[in-house]
Design a binder for this molecule. Sequence first.
Ligand code: ZN
Ligand code: ZN
Length: 347
Amino acid sequence: MFCPECGSTDKKMIGNICINCFLKDFQMIELPKRIEVQICSHCNSKLEEGKWSEEFIPEEEIIYRALERNIKIDDKVSNEIINLEIDQMKGTIAKCYVEIVGDVEGTEIEETQETEVKILKTVCPTCSKIQSGYYESVIQFRADKREIKSEEYDKADEIVEKTLIKQLKNDKLAYCPQIAKPKEGHDYYIGSLKSGRKVAEALKEEFGGTIKESPRLISEDKSTGKGLYRIWISVRIPEFEINDFIMFEDKLIQVTSIDKNRIVGNDIKTGKKQNIPLKNMEKIKLIKKSSDIETTTIISMSPSTIQILDPADYSAVDLEMKDEFANYNIGDEIRLIKIDNYTYLLN
Ligand SMILES: [Zn+2]
Ligand SMILES: [Zn+2]
């Protein structure tokens, strides 16, 4: 065969020209001279094919991905190795090289192309919400029939913060733009309802109590007629605390722990462990606070009775001996609680 461009007769032919002439004009890759990427200057998320991707990726990686997306490799190329390089950053423009080595028609060739990636800094829709202090839910942290202690506020603040940090991995609206502090409690404003609910659950898990949601209509979408709601979530923690004495189904129980599902305690008459599901919260009555616990001294013991000094008037009081006091000795200090004129010894 004869190549019409160079006249050679001994080369492999591609179509009607020889391979050398073919490769002279052949380009392995097509690459635009300028590529634009929009990224949010606050969260670094980027706009790709009309969608904001929430991934947190460094700027260099964004540039490399933009290059990859814009490279078109010719079908004739095989075994290609592509090397992307950012040559220099000039402001928001990255000058880049794309180098490719590949086989075309049995010949290995190399090619280098230049392009620039321009980074357009904007604010994504989520960040503009955050900037405007947008929120979908308000957690009202309250205690039932008592004031919240400052340690409880500290703990609650910490739980809200921790939960939001955890949520932030898959919810950018997991933030708290405001904490209002009315006398009755704290109001935590939370960006999204999803994370607001997580915060409420986490508070309930720590303190026990009840959760109630009440939506409030804030505006109406005129085009659809649908209401836009903001959800108030009340987290009401129990009046009683750990070590307090409660009454449930005629049992007197000293609370030992509270979690998201139940209250655990000891029946102070029988010494038996009790579990009360939290859904029974309303039926629980606080009888005495742990601060009402008193201390006294054992003055005598027998297999059936244990005698103590009444801390109020130092009179001797005989109480029934129980297994759990068998290890005590005369002269030992012992704790007690008085409920309805009856004295209960505590282990
Ligand atoms: Zn030729
Ligand atoms: Zn953003």
